[in-house]
Design a protein around this ligand. Sequence first.
Ligand code: PHE
Length: 358
Amino acid sequence: MDNLASLRDQVLTAAAQAATVADLDEVRVAALGKKGQLTGLMKALSGLDPEARRERGQALNVVKDEVAAAIEARKVALEEAALNARLAREGVDITLPPRPEASGMIHPISQTMDEVIAIFAQMGFAVAEGPEIEDDFHNFTALNIPPEHPARQMHDTFYLPPQADDTRYVLRTHTSPVQIRTMQEQAPPIRIVAPGRTYRCDSDMTHTPMFHQIEGLVIDKSTHFGHLKGCLIEFIETYFELSDVPVRFRPSFFPFTEPSAEVDIGCSRKGGELRIGAGDGWLEILGCGMVHPNVLISCGLDPNEYQGFAFGMGIERIALLEYGIPDLRTFFDADLRWLKHYGFVPLDMPTVTGGLSR
Ligand code: PHE
C-alpha cells in the first residue's frame, strides 16, 4: 500500500510542477498511459486472489481517479495561462499613436494626375471637374458632333437606359464635356485642366473600359496655335524631366478643334527597351487643336471675339511611359504587391520646384 501512496504523491507533485501542457502530458503518460506506472499496477491485479484483488482494485481506482482529475485541472489552468499570455503579447493598444512608417501607397494613376496638375497649376491653370454620367449635349452635340455624325462611332459609348422622353445619358467618353460646362459657367479668360475618369466599351491589352484623361482648355481674345505649342512643349519637358525631347505636331482630326493635331514625342526602342528622348521612333501622347467656332457658339461665346485651344491626354499612357509599367490592365488588378512596387509614398507630393517623382 505504501508504494501506491508514494506513487500518488509523486504523480500529483509532478503534475503540479509541470510548466507546460507538453510537460504535463509526459506526466500523464508516465502514470496512466498504456505502459504507465498505475496502469502496470492495475495489470498486476490479475495475480492476486479475489479478496485481495477487490481491495487493491478499489484503492487503485481511487488513486487513478484522483490523479486523472488533478492532471485535467492542471491542464485547464496551463491552457488558460497560455491563452492569457498570448492575448497580452498580441494585444493592440488602440490608444497608441500611429506607426511612423505608413503602409498605404499612392496609386501611380493618382500620382500621375497630381504631377500633371502640379505642372499646369504652375502655368496658371485651375482645376475643373464635371460629372461622369453625361447627357448627349455635353458629351457630343455641343462639341460639334451632331446626331448621326460618323465621329460618334469613334467612341464606343456606354449608353444608360432611355429616359421617359427617349433621351439617353452616357458614361462620358472623354473629358471634353468639361470644356463645355466650364465655358457655360465662367466668362473668359479661361485656363483650366479637367482630370477624371472616362469610359469606352473596349477591353484588350491596351484598352480598359474605364480609363483616365486630363483635358486642357484656354480661351481668351488673342490665343493662338503658338501658345498651344509652347504650353504643351513646356509640359512635356517638365513631365518627362528631359530638356530636349523631340516633339512633333502631326495634323489630325477632331470635330471640336480646327485645326487639330496629335502630339508625338521622340523615343528609341533599341534592344526592346523603350526610352523617351532622341531616337528614331515616335510615340503619340495626346490630341489637341484650336477650339472650333461651333463649340464656342454652342457655349454662347462669340467666335469673332474669343478663341482658344484645347487638348486631351490619356493618364494611363503617360504613366506607363514614365514608370515603365508593361501592362495597362495591371493598373486595375488591385494587387497589393504591384501597388507596393509601383506605388508612391503618401506624403511625397509632386511639385514642379521640389521635384516631381524621382
Ligand atoms: N477628346 C479627345 C479624345 O478623347 C482628345 C482631345 C481633347 C482632342 C481636346 C482635342 C482637343 O480623344
